[in-house]
Write a protein that binds this ligand. Structure first.
Ligand code: PLP
Length: 401
């Protein structure tokens, strides 16, 4: 008898489990709208040309495989903070940002959660309802208490702004407020600039600490600066804040696990101390981060010609998703005489559309039609092509109207 007899079967992951189930399906018409990764018009994974160029450069230079320092590659940490805040942001010159390379967005969030658990005992993180499924896992795993604030309004398939504001107000003073910097996952609904300003007001008033998750910089609007404007607005008010970054989507570096945690402090001295503690937390968990993705990012963001090429490719990716979104809206509203208002599709931003399908309907999409999606009703527009659009629309109309 096994010594592991007491270990029961874990449930499949609600997001990554969708891809596992998709792979196991042998039906020829199957379609994966669950995956949070960019696909070409042929529905194939895409490696950016600018990434291939950077990798060739790295090969030519014959760089070694020595360990990185605990905080990661210095050139990466510099450019990643500059990309986020803007290179001429005073917070950079004043050295008020503690940046540590992390294991992509997830690892960076996890490191920040460990810091909260250790130095803010009892403090609560408040997260949007709904949010990316892994947020709850991350804070549970780090033993950080969390609760939800209202965000999505099913009646309008839009933002419940009043609910959001009153829940942020009601949270205990000094809570961490987790915010999606842009392209909210799974809803695709972002606050307007005026709403962001009000959110900042309330957070300041309540002495909360903003904690941004930026997993889609450049991918939402196609512009790196525009997608960082929420973070920059808060920084310009002199607030201290946390930002987890990921290069999975915007550089297509999913498997390289490259990202960073940035903690903006009110003084350079505080930033130095915070950074030393982030390193102390990282050392026993994974010692030091991997170098390959960090070098790719440092080469691309640090070289003006490659940086420009990246921006063009990002616009192309964001543009394809926007055109799929437009086509989805056109076809759904065009042939539909039910009077249903489909405009929510165009108001959403980023890789996903939150359809409003419930769990039973989402299950039906999968079990009956072999269309795979997460049970919260989220579909990835990157998983659709012009060719696949018509058949998907047929099914969606059946379920949604
Ligand atoms: N945060 C959000 C909101 C996401 O959607 C994702 C990826 O789907 C991540 C963080 C982290 O992804 P990764 O760990 O691959 O960078």
């Amino acid at each position: 008898v096994s010594r592991f007899e007491g270990i029961t079967m874990a449930p499949p992951d609600p997001i990554l489990g969708v891809s596992e189930a998709f792979r196991a399906d042998t039906h020829e018409m199957k379609l994966n709208l669950g995956v949070g990764a960019y696909r070409t018009e042929e529905l194939q994974p895409y490696v950016l040309n600018v990434v291939k160029k950077a990798e060739n450069l790295m090969l030519e230079r014959g760089e070694n495989k020595e360990y990185l320092p605990i905080e990661g590659l210095a050139a990466f940490n510099r450019v990643t903070a500059e990309l986020l805040f803007g290179a001429d942001n005073p917070v950079i010159k004043q050295q008020r940002v503690a940046t540590v390379q992390g294991l992509s967005g997830t690892g960076s969030l996890r490191l920040a959660a460990a810091l909260i658990e250790r130095y803010f005992p009892g403090a609560k993180v408040i997260i949007s309802s709904p949010t990316w499924g892994n947020h709850k896992n991350i804070f549970n795993d780090a033993r950080v208490p969390w609760s939800e604030y209202r965000y999505y309004d099913p009646k309008t398939v839009g933002l419940d702004f009043d609910g959001m504001i009153s829940d942020i107000k009601a949270a205990p003073e000094g809570s961490f407020v987790l915010l999606h910097g842009c392209a909210h996952n799974p809803t695709g609904i972002d606050p307007t600039p005026e709403q962001w300003a009000t959110i900042a007001d309330v957070i300041q008033e309540k002495k909360h600490i903003p904690f941004f998750d930026v997993a889609y910089q450049g991918f939402a609007s196609g512009s790196l600066d525009e997608d960082a404007s929420s973070v920059r607005l808060f920084a310009a008010r002199g607030m201290e804040l946390l930002v987890a970054q990921s290069y999975s989507k915007n550089l297509g570096l999913y498997a390289e696990r490259i990202g960073a945690i940035n903690i903006l402090c009110s003084s350079a001295d505080a930033a130095t101390r915070v950074k030393s503690q982030l390193k102390r937390l990282a050392r026993p968990m994974y010692s030091n981060p991997p170098v390959h993705g960090a070098r790719i990012v440092a080469n691309i963001v640090g070289s003006p010609p490659l940086f420009n090429e990246w921006k063009e490719e990002m616009e192309m990716m964001a543009g394809r998703i926007k055109s799929v979104r437009q086509k989805l809206f056109d076809s759904l509203s065009g042939k539909d005489n039910s009077g249903k208002d489909w405009s929510f599709i165009l108001k959403q931003i980023g890789m996903f559309s939150f359809t409003g399908l419930n769990t039973a309907q989402s299950d039906n999409m999968t079990n009956k039609w072999h269309v795979y999606m997460t049970k919260d009703g989220r579909i990835s527009l990157a998983g659709l092509s012009s060719a696949k659009l018509e058949e998907t629309i047929g099914i969606l109309r059946l379920l949604l109207v």
